[in-house]
Design a binder for this molecule. Structure first.
Ligand SMILES: [Zn+2]
Length: 438
């Protein structure tokens, strides 16, 4: 099967970018607006320029590389992802999507294709929230969902505010509002991301086209009892908050297993107070993270979790369940899902539809412009770790799908161009373009 994207060029970009880490030899650690982040940004700028893009940095440090369209006044298609990382993470989470955009630009240039409307490759800041918490910062700022004034109060673990970090990076935090995109100014947003799960590899499939991002809820559960001496308080006189909490916790995973429908439930954080080996715990707080593709399932799991918690109370224990976050499932563009799927099929790739269990910038952008999201396989399903890996040939297949879709979205007159550049007898990409697109 003929391919378009160059795996070697993708490798050079991913590996080149990975030099900019605060933890060499121990994975990728690239926090937003850090010195490594500046190095990575400069590297990406050079790659974008080599691909023929006109580069600008916006007011918060997002990097845009623009391929001008025949009509520069048309709203651009934006393609890209983030280039920050978690601490000691992998080299593909985020960068895979950024280099996808750059490689697509190389392909436009290589094949002499001029898009009708502009294409902008974007490299985004602070998706992981590893420095300032919350995450999805770039997309929330771009779409006007975050008040730029909040940059004065967001602070990292060392007490440095986002505004101070921006100043050190060479940006003016007072101008952050200039990064907000005007409504209607984006024709479509495309993101390629690594799957970060095991499904594609296990099924031997090339790409997944995401049709929605899961709904999720985060609960804060509190058990209160009575502290006491571990040696002098008889067993039948105890109000042990930890025993109550663990009794409830042990039942929670089964709720999701029983309900099914691709729901998942995780207790990832628990604090026990006062936290002495010889003290009966009087306070336990733990989190419950609930995710499912359907909102009704998320709500059902919240209700059943709450019932289990309440049943584990009593006998001197009081309980409290606080819903700290609720995000309904986010549908992505059905038209882009169809388009990405069609091109994957025409390119001879094994593809499936998938629900994303993780949040991505695409989830925020979906409320602003038609948005498509495509996954490529993660070896062993591993992510947020130095072992994170995607074969470059597999990444290239994902890029091919994005490239073909970009051609469609930007009205590239493929038949004339493709005949010029691939000869008269057709090519895989020509076959991948149904007539109605032209
Ligand atoms: Zn990511």
């Amino acid at each position: 099967m003929e391919r378009f994207a160059d795996p070697h060029r993708l490798e050079q970009m991913i590996e080149g970018l990975d030099r900019f880490t605060a933890t060499p030899g121990q994975g990728t650690t690239r926090l937003t607006w850090s010195p490594e982040f500046r190095g990575a940004s400069d590297f990406l700028r050079a790659q974008m320029e080599a691909a023929g893009l006109t580069v600008r940095e916006d007011a918060v440090g997002n990097l845009f590389g623009r391929l001008e369209g025949r009509d520069p006044t048309l709203a651009p298609v934006i393609v890209g992802s983030h280039f920050d990382s978690v601490p000691n993470g992998g080299r593909f989470d985020g960068p895979a999507g950024v280099v996808t955009g750059i490689e697509a630009a190389f392909l436009f240039r290589q094949h002499g294709l001029t898009p009708d409307r502009p294409i902008e490759v974007i490299a985004m800041i602070e998706e992981e929230g590893s420095r300032f918490g919350g995450g999805l910062l770039a997309s929330r700022i771009l779409t006007g969902q975050l008040d730029p004034a909040d940059l004065n109060t967001l602070a990292d673990d060392t007490g440095v505010t986002a505004a101070e970090a921006m100043t050190a990076y060479g940006l003016d935090p007072a101008r952050a509002g200039e990064a907000v995109l005007a409504p209607g100014s984006v024709h479509a947003f495309l993101e390629l991301h690594i799957e970060q799960g095991p499904v594609l590899e296990a099924q031997g499939e090339d790409v997944a086209i995401v049709d929605r991002v899961v709904g999720l809820s985060q609960l804060k559960v509190t058990f209160r009892g009575q502290a006491g001496h571990a040696g002098t308080t008889p067993m039948n006189a105890r109000r042990d908050a930890l025993v109550g909490a663990v009794t409830a916790l042990a039942q929670l995973p089964d709720l999701a297993r029983r309900i099914g429908r691709d729901s998942v439930l995780t207790v990832g954080k628990m604090e026990v107070s006062p936290g002495g080996a010889n003290v009966i715990p009087d306070l336990v707080v733990f989190t419950v993270d609930i995710r499912a593709p359907e909102e009704s399932v998320v709500r059902q799991l919240i209700a059943e979790t709450t019932a289990v918690i309440q049943a584990a109370g009593g006998n001197g224990l009081t309980t409290e369940v606080e819903e700290q976050l609720f995000v309904a499932p986010t549908p992505l563009s059905a038209a882009l899902h169809a388009s990405l799927s069609r091109h994957a099929g025409a390119l001879g790739l094994k593809h499936r539809t998938m629900v994303s269990g993780a949040g991505h910038d695409a989830m925020i952008m979906a409320g602003f412009a038609p948005t498509g999201l495509i996954f490529v396989p993660s070896r062993g399903g591993i992510s947020h770790a130095p072992e994170e890996w995607t074969d470059y040939a597999q990444l290239a297949r994902g890029v091919d799908v994005v490239f073909a879709t970009l051609c469609e979205l930007t009205g590239v007159k493929h038949r004339r161009n493709m005949r010029e550049h691939f000869g008269m007898h057709g090519s895989p990409i020509q076959k991948s373009f149904p007539d109605e697109i032209v």
